[in-house]
Design a protein around this ligand. Structure first.
Ligand code: ATP
Ligand code: MN
Ligand code: MN
Length: 300
């Protein structure tokens, strides 16, 4: 029957070598994922996820009672963190220095399950050059009533426009309702310049098609449109990591896609921690594998 099939495919998922209290604790009623499954998931995707989160400040979404229950963001280290979590000192606007969370190992990532971490959100810059981002992120926030196809088309338009500026880009689902388009860039411009570039980029899209796009945050004006959120590109901002779960009912994950497969998708795909065994094969052909080697810079 069905249960024996899923048991067989789950058997190939190795247990993470981390200590868990209450490993059978259910973290999401609708998908029945447990703390153990979450740890094993982080352990299994670490090789693909770490290149995008290692050696960057990260904010964690902790959900002590699971998804759909009260959760909170944690960005600073404290004494309760599991083994392998590091810290990076960052000064705020007033010069006050605080230790931020950073990690760079599969053990530390899997250890997050013990803390009930259901989302991982890196900065767009690395610890070694915090003031110069090496990622541009365009966050497409569609009004609920828009079709998936329209969001996918908007992502393709962002891609084409970036290409005209000499930038290759990569796309992922958010595990929520929209898409993120990410362009790696050489870290040689400071946050304010990159933010201004991003603002002008989305404003140009809005000017060209104001029926479709919107660049002001006003929720009311979003009806039937896609909000082009460029504010992921400012100092201290984050965006959810590829392969990160989301603390929403069903615990979908943010999934890197190839541009070719996005074009063929008629509906929003559903990749979850719970159905990991069904999509695990995807990891063999990581659509984001060229992100680290693409060598490009912003010409400002
Ligand atoms: P969706 O596709 O549903 O919009 P999303 O991850 O893009 O999913 P947004 O609300 O658009 O959700 O937020 C974009 C990013 O901004 C998030 O991935 C997260 O990193 C960051 N963010 C959002 N809300 C907060 C918050 N309250 N505190 C800190 N960071 C946040
Ligand atoms: Mn979004
Ligand atoms: Mn947003």
């Amino acid at each position: 029957g069905e249960s024996s099939v899923s048991r067989r495919s789950n058997e190939s998922i190795e247990h993470a070598p981390v200590r868990l209290t209450h490993p059978q604790k259910v973290l999401d009623d609708s998908s029945a994922i447990t703390k153990q499954m979450l740890a094993d998931y982080y352990w299994a995707v670490a090789e693909w996820m770490l290149p995008h989160i290692a050696d960057r400040p990260v904010s964690l979404v902790r959900c002590p009672e699971g998804a759909g229950k009260p959760c909170f963001f944690q960005k600073h280290v404290n004494s309760m963190l599991p083994k392998g979590i590091g810290s990076v000192d960052i000064a705020d606007k007033n010069g006050k220095v605080e230790p931020y969370i950073t990690l760079n190992s599969a053990e530390a990532l899997a250890g997050l399950a013990q803390m009930g971490v259901l989302e991982v959100h890196p900065w767009g810059s690395r610890n070694e050059h915090l003031e110069q981002p090496d990622r541009l992120v365009f966050d497409l926030d569609p009004d609920e009533e828009l079709k998936w196809i329209e969001v996918a088309e908007a992502a393709s338009e962002v891609r084409v426009r970036l290409k005209k500026l000499g930038l290759e880009s990569f796309v992922k689902t958010t595990g929520g309702k929209g898409l993120h388009i990410v362009a790696p860039v050489k870290a040689d411009h400071a946050w304010p310049e990159v933010k201004e570039f991003s603002r002008q980029f989305v404003v140009a899209m809005e000017k060209a098609d104001p029926q479709r796009y919107l660049t002001k945050m006003t929720k009311a004006a979003r009806k039937g449109k896609i909000y082009l959120d460029y504010l992921r590109n400012e100092r201290g901002a984050t965006s959810v990591a590829p392969y990160s779960p989301r603390a929403r009912e069903g615990v979908a994950v943010s999934m890197p896609l190839s541009w070719a497969e996005l074009k063929k998708m008629n509906e929003r795909p559903l990749f979850q921690v719970a159905n990991f065994s069904e999509w695990r094969e995807r990891l063999k052909k990581d659509p984001w594998k060229d992100m680290e080697t693409v060598n490009q810079k912003l010409n400002l």
